[in-house]
Write a protein that binds this ligand. Sequence first.
Ligand SMILES: *[C@@H]1O[C@H](CO)[C@@H](O)[C@H](O)[C@H]1NC(C)=O
Ligand SMILES: *[C@@H]1O[C@H](CO)[C@@H](O)[C@H](O)[C@H]1NC(C)=O
Ligand SMILES: *[C@@H]1O[C@H](CO)[C@@H](O)[C@H](O)[C@H]1NC(C)=O
Ligand SMILES: [Zn+2]
Length: 353
Amino acid sequence: MYLPFFLITLFLSGSLGISILRRPEYQTDDYYTYEEIQEFLKGLEKSYSKRVRLTDIGRSYENRKLTTITITNGDGRKDKNVIFIDAGFHAREWLTHTTALKAINELVVNFEENKDLLKNYDWIVLPLVNPDGYTFTRSGEKFTNETIVCNSERDVKCWRKNRQPNDGNCIGTDPNRNFAKGWGEGVTSNDPCNFTFMGTSPFSAPESKAVGKEILSLANSRRGIMYLSFHSAIGNIMYPWSYDSIDAENAEEHIEVAQSAVDAIAKVNSMVSSNYSVIPGYKLYPAGGTSSDFAYDVGFPLSYTVELPDSRGDLVFKFHPPTDLIKELVEETWIGLRAMAKKVIQLYPVKRS
Ligand SMILES: *[C@@H]1O[C@H](CO)[C@@H](O)[C@H](O)[C@H]1NC(C)=O
Ligand SMILES: *[C@@H]1O[C@H](CO)[C@@H](O)[C@H](O)[C@H]1NC(C)=O
Ligand SMILES: *[C@@H]1O[C@H](CO)[C@@H](O)[C@H](O)[C@H]1NC(C)=O
Ligand SMILES: [Zn+2]
C-alpha cells in the first residue's frame, strides 16, 4: 500500500482526543493484501454496524479466514432476495478483489446513491476466495506495478491454484475446477502438477467447499437469485453451462441481464471502455467443476463468471493491470454490475415461492 494510513481516524477535537469514528476509506492506489482486505471489512462493520455483518464461512488450507460481508439497508427484513458475489478464486487475478471491494464500498459507504439496489435485496460478497494463493503471489518481489506475461506458474506472481499440498511434490488444487457439477470434464487435469488440477474429489479444496456451502444454503432458501464470480483476464461475461456444450435453459434471460452491463459500460465517458462479449462458458472452452455451473445447478436462476479485461487500448496487462489503471477499471466494472443488478431486480422483484 502506498497510503500511509489505511484507516482514516477522525479525532474528537475535545480535550481527551478520543477516537470516535474509524472510517475505512476505499483506495485504488495499489492492490490490497489479504490483511488489508480483512481490515477494510472490519472497519466497515464497525462504522456501519446497522447495515453490515461479517461472517467467516470457512478457512483456507493455511487457516486464513474466508470472510463474507452481508450488506443490507438496515430495515431488518430477513427474507430478501440475494445477490452473491465472489472474487479471487485464482491467485494471480489481482484486479478481481479490488473490484469486489469497490462494489462493497458503493453499497455501504455510498449507500444513499445505491439504496435502490438494497430495498428488496441483500448482497453477500466474498472478496477473496483464495487468500493463500493470493498471499503467495505477493510473497516475492513486492513491487506491484509491473505488467508480466504469465507463460507458466513458475513466477510466483503467476500462481493460480490454492496452496494445498498433494501427494508428491506439486502443490495446489484449482478451486474453480473443484465444484460438484461436471467435475473432471473438459479443460481440467487429474495431474496435481497441472495448474488446472481438479482435486482428489469434488470439494476437496477447503475454499471451494466453503463457497459451495454458502451457494447451496442461499439456493435452498430460494433467496439466491444471482451468483457472480469475478475472474480475469479475458473480457467476457459467461453464463452456464461450462462443463458441456449446452446452453442454460434461460440463456435468453442470462444474455438480457449481461447485455445491460455491456450497454451501460459502452456509455461510459471514457476514451476506451471494455466491450465484453456475452457467451455460454463452454464457448471459451468446456470446463467442469466451476462455481458458476454449480450455483446454476443447485438453483440460482442467474449465474455468471465475469472475466475482467486483459488490456486497455494498446496496453496488454493480463492479470496485473498497472496500478494507475485500477481506478478506472473498477469504476467501469461497477457501472456494469449496477446495471446488471437493476435488471435482475426488475426480473425478480419478490421472493420466489
Ligand atoms: C505504473 O506503471 C505504469 C506503466 O505501466 C507507469 O506509467 C506508472 O507511472 C507506474 N506508476 C507507479 C505508481 O509506479
Ligand atoms: C494441464 O492440463 C490441461 C487440461 O487438461 C492440458 O491442456 C495441459 O496441457 C496441461 N499442462 C501441462 C503442462 O501438462
Ligand atoms: C462491441 O462488440 C460487438 C461485437 O463484436 C460490436 O457489434 C459492437 O459494435 C462493439 N461495441 C463497441 C461500443 O465497440
Ligand atoms: Zn480465473
